[in-house]
Ligand binder design. Structure first.
Ligand code: F6P
Length: 542
């Protein structure tokens, strides 16, 4: 059994290795000719290279030791077996059951949850096939457009994946409305025919104000043009009892259990829009990719385990080296919603102040995650990545192949740029090299030095690269599950509960109390003067 002091000793050793690493240069670690082999792993057809970091053998040993001391493997097994590891909500954590295509029993409170999950999956497939084949129609004929109304996990997962897999679309066009800002709804509805539009109301709780407001407004929009708006409506929720007020019949309600967290829900009913867009077969491929990552995560030794290594590299950079943020940089334009998706996955899961025991976290919480696809980011914020005084560990992602064989030269350029960035971040450019450049530009004397200084890149900036064959539904499933498990491992090691999200509640409560003020009601005494002044201005701009 691991004691708290084993864990603290393991942390101390990571911090100590990181202190040493701060004075080392990544490029020098490549003097060891085996480095690339030793600090990269291949699994499920993907290659994860973390050799361009400061991690050496001693550092990795300390990180693996930390994972052992934190009991990552036993807590992982507890999660898969249906234990109530979400302690603050007293719930199991079983989004993995949604992609358990093997159907092997998964027990929650002595009941196998798989028959129900597989039955719902079959119902989703039947419905999606009917929509795609024109067997389920709108009041004006075949469904041409689908609008998913949801927010957070009820939007980001299906929106990200639907965008990522656009080469596989052969169903109706899918749109996503999340923001309570009427602009979102208006811009989507602008081009749609209400008589051939299917509305999906996606909300785990069916109480989220944005989704309920958007749902009511879209049904009103439909009611002007069709006799029975609810007949073109589907609900996806764990609160199936609350769906009734929308008049949606049970055959078009797809339920899931409360042990599927919102940000982990794309694998089940919340993925219906994706399934309609790409078809049940490709959706099953997506699930199969997730399932394959689960099998790998459960079976691979820690040192060869993709999610574990990704998590350890993350902890090394944030907790060890002290870098407060990390950039996710997919060199895959269709993954342009992935950074937003990962922001929810990582920051809603691991952005906590206390541990499982309710005490302040001894080593802080997860990092700030941000990003943008390459090469666009290169022409925006990469300046800071290369020469800014903050160091941002970069996580590159790149596919060997694109989906446009006629434009293969674009893809070559994309790959070259991705590789060039990680190389440049690591190698940098010395003052003497910069001086040569300045001299070749005709500068001399003091001007040469001044000009050269602007062209120096310190280098020694860490990055990892995840390379995969091609962005197919299966590969996307692998990537999403990889990141889910990475977040889980980081959360276990930090000692926090990755599966609640109390931090979003306060703002929601205050918004509810402020709305009447904006409608002209008298403010309550506890409204802050600044807020009051802003509210007054926003009601009637001066
Ligand atoms: O406010 C945060 C949150 O609860 C997320 O965790 C969730 O994904 C999102 O809101 C939407 O919730 P729901 O699916 O219940 O509408």
């Amino acid at each position: 059994m691991t004691t708290r002091s084993d864990l603290e000793t393991a942390w101390d050793s990571v911090v100590c290795e990181a202190r040493k690493a701060r004075s080392s240069r990544i490029i020098d670690l490549f003097d060891d000719t085996d480095r690339v082999e030793q600090f990269s792993i291949s699994a499920l057809g993907m290659l994860f290279d973390y050799s361009k970091t400061h991690i050496d053998v001693a550092a990795r040993d300390s990180l693996l030791n930390l994972a052992r001391a934190a009991r990552v493997e036993s807590i992982r097994d507890a999660m898969f077996s249906g234990a109530r590891i979400n302690c603050s909500e007293d719930r199991a954590v079983l989004h993995t059951a949604l992609r358990n295509l093997s159907g092997a029993p998964v027990m929650v409170d002595d009941v196998d949850v798989m028959p129900r999950i597989l039955e719902t999956l079959e119902r989703m497939k039947d419905f999606a096939s009917d929509v795609r084949a024109g067997c389920f129609t709108g009041q004006g004929g075949m469904i041409t457009d689908v609008v998913n109304i949801g927010i957070g996990g009820s939007d980001l997962g299906p929106a990200m994946a639907t965008r990522a897999l656009s080469p596989f679309h052969d169903g109706p066009c899918c749109h996503f409305v999340s923001n309570v800002d009427s602009a979102d709804l208006a811009d989507v509805l602008g081009g749609l025919d209400p008589a051939t539009t299917l509305v999906i109301i996606a909300s785990k709780t069916f109480t989220t104000i944005e989704t309920m407001t958007n749902a009511a407004s879209i049904l009103k929009w439909m009611s002007v043009h069709v006799a029975d708006p609810a007949a073109q409506c589907v609900a996806l929720s764990s609160a199936t009892d609350r769906v009734a007020e929308f008049g949606i019949p049970p055959e078009r309600v797809f339920g899931f259990e409360d042990w599927v967290g919102g940000r982990y829900s794309v694998w089940g009913p919340i993925g219906l829009s994706l399934m309609i867009a790409i078809g049940p077969e490709e959706f099953t491929e997506f699930l199969a990719g997730g399932e394959a990552m689960d099998v790998h995560f459960r079976a691979a030794p820690l040192a060869e385990n993709l999610p574990v290594l990704l998590a350890l590299v993350g902890l090394w950079h944030h907790q060890g080296m002290g870098f407060p943020t990390r950039a996710v940089l997919p060199y895959e334009h269709r993954l342009n919603r992935l950074p937003a998706y990962l922001q929810q996955l990582e920051m809603e899961s691991n952005g906590k102040r206390v541990g499982q025991d309710g005490q302040p976290l001894p080593h802080g919480s997860g990092p700030i995650v941000w990003g943008e696809p390459g090469t666009n980011g290169q022409h925006a914020f990469f300046q800071l990545l290369h020469q800014g005084t903050e160091i941002v560990p970069c996580e590159f992602m790149i596919g060997a192949k694109g989906h446009e064989p006629d434009l293969a030269h674009h893809h070559r350029l994309l790959v070259a740029n991705c590789l060039a960035q990680s190389e440049a971040l690591m190698k940098g450019r010395s003052l003497s090299e910069a001086c040569e450049i300045a001299a070749s530009m005709g500068y001399s004397g003091d001007m040469l030095m001044a000009q050269a200084e602007h062209r120096v890149f310190e280098g020694n900036r860490p990055s990892t690269t995840l390379a995969y064959p091609c962005l197919t539904p299966r590969v996307l499933g692998q990537i999403v599950a990889l990141y889910e498990h990475r977040v889980f491992v980081e959360g276990v090691i930090l000692g926090l509960n990755s599966f609640d999200q109390w931090g979003v509640e306060l703002g929601k409560e205050l918004a509810k109390r402020l709305e009447p003020l904006l409608a002209g009601e008298a403010p309550s005494d506890d409204v802050n003067q600044s807020t009051l002044r802003l509210a007054t201005f926003l009601r009637a701009p001066e």
